[in-house]
Design a protein around this ligand. Structure first.
Ligand code: ATP
Ligand code: MG
Length: 415
């Protein structure tokens, strides 16, 4: 019998340096989101499956192949969320009053994909969404925040590209769908099985195909760029102008349709220059159709999501804490020395990060303090107890002093 239970395929534990990095990315994200007046939200991890089949789309990879769905005891069909936007849109539809609702969130997402480096079945995203109002400035601002965030993380701009595209309005998409379907219908014998199944119901989805044969056929397909209404083109031009004015370089890429059905108008993706499929670090777009797909309301929205693991892979390790908070080890030879110890109470009341360690072996206590980056060691051994003293060692300056245990004042000695 195998006694060791491993983590589920495609999942991973976060601990130590990884956890430090994770928190660093998340904190930095919220600091920028707050600066632009976005409000934090947490929506449930389990949702009704219908939320995603209606919004992300029945024919997308995410919903058709990758969703973790199950029948609950009351027979409703639930799933683990594959993305965050739909849950936030559900909340926005139910709670909207006026103006823009601006949200920031982070948390785990679940997709049953083939695990690879940078691709997991449980992975973490940070998200930002602006729902309720629509203008080129709003689209620009959401992209600007992404760019500021990536720069603040210290990822230099020669390491990634920003790709942008416009999918036009819902009406543009309907018109274009017909043209695309006519073109693709000439190749029914060559198209992949998946694309063929999408041809009638949702030909735009085929533009997102990863199949090499399909990609070849798509080279000469009509381009959505050539079939945008004047209004949609103007809207897109204004966003590009804001980007240029603010020094954000971008490339236009008309293949950027994104893997979800709810996008309209602006789509964008930050990709690293690495030659691998998992090179997308942050992606998003405008989703003016989404809210009406899941509610009786109809309002515009735009947002993005970034993969935390993919960002973590691009930044160096981070140092825990800062110098203003000293880390203290209170080391004792016997646990009973803790009884009625005023040092312990002072530690509890202080802001210092601290740990209590008990061992008969004083050498072990010293080496534990050294190995774990403590700044100060407070030692109460047998000899200290006998003389009613406490030894304080500054581990950075390597100075050791003894003090009376009765009069010991933590704040005077730690600086
Ligand atoms: P990809 O093209 O890499 O599959 P996607 O288009 O499916 O990405 P989105 O749904 O737009 O991704 O999610 C936004 C971001 O979340 C991606 O840019 C990526 O950084 C991250 N991401 C998506 N899927 C995974 C995954 N399975 N594991 C880790 N990160 C992921
Ligand atoms: Mg994907």
């Amino acid at each position: 019998m195998n006694k060791n239970i491993s983590p589920v395929k495609g999942t991973h534990d976060l601990y130590g340096q990884d956890m430090e990095k994770f928190n660093y990315v998340v904190e930095l994200f919220y600091s920028i989101a707050n600066k632009f007046n976005f409000n934090a939200i947490q929506t449930p991890i389990i949702e009704n499956q219908e939320l995603f089949s209606r919004s992300v789309g029945e024919l997308t990879d995410i919903v058709s192949k990758e969703m973790y769905s199950f029948i609950d005891k009351n027979e409703s069909i639930l799933c683990l969320r594959p993305e965050a936007t739909s849950g936030i849109a559900r909340f926005a539809a139910a709670n909207y009053q006026s103006g823009s609702l601006k949200f920031s969130t982070h948390g785990p997402m679940f997709r049953r994909e083939r695990p690879q480096k940078g691709r997991y079945r449980q992975f973490y995203q940070i998200n930002i969404e602006n729902i309720g109002e629509k203008s080129p400035y709003i689209d620009f601002e959401i992209i600007y925040i992404a760019s500021a965030f990536i720069n603040k993380l210290g990822i230099s701009n020669d390491k990634y590209n920003l790709l942008i595209n416009s999918l036009g309005s819902a009406e543009d998409q309907n018109n274009f769908s017909k043209l695309l379907k006519d073109y693709l219908s000439q190749f029914t014998k060559k198209l992949s099985e998946t694309s063929l199944s999408r041809l009638n119901k949702n030909p735009l989805r085929i533009l997102d195909s990863k199949d090499d044969g399909d990609r070849e056929i798509l080279v000469n397909a009509p381009k959505i760029r050539d079939h945008l209404s004047k209004e949609s083109k103007d809207y897109f031009s204004k966003i590009k102008m804001f980007l240029s004015d603010n020094g954000i370089s971008f490339q236009e890429d008309d293949k950027l349709v994104r893997g979800l059905d709810y996008y309209t108008h602006t789509t964008f993706e930050f990709q690293t220059n690495e030659e691998k499929r998992q090179n997308a670090i942050l992606a998003g777009g405008r989703y003016d159709k989404l809210i009406n797909m899941i509610s009786t309301k109809d309002m515009p929205g735009i947002g993005w999501a970034a993969g935390i693991e993919r960002l973590m892979a691009l930044i160096p390790n981070v140092n825990k804490g800062n110098n203003s908070s000293k880390k203290i080890l209170l080391a004792l030879q016997k646990e009973e020395y803790l009884n009625s110890l005023n040092v312990l109470k002072q530690l509890y009341q202080s802001d210092f990060s601290h740990e209590i360690k008990i061992s008969n072996n004083i050498k072990k206590l010293f080496s534990y303090a050294d190995k774990n980056d403590f700044d100060f060691l407070l030692l109460i051994g047998e000899s200290e107890i006998q003389s009613n003293e406490i030894s304080v060692k500054d581990l950075n300056k390597k100075i050791q002093k003894t003090h009376s245990l009765t009069d010991f004042n933590l704040k005077n000695e730690i600086r």
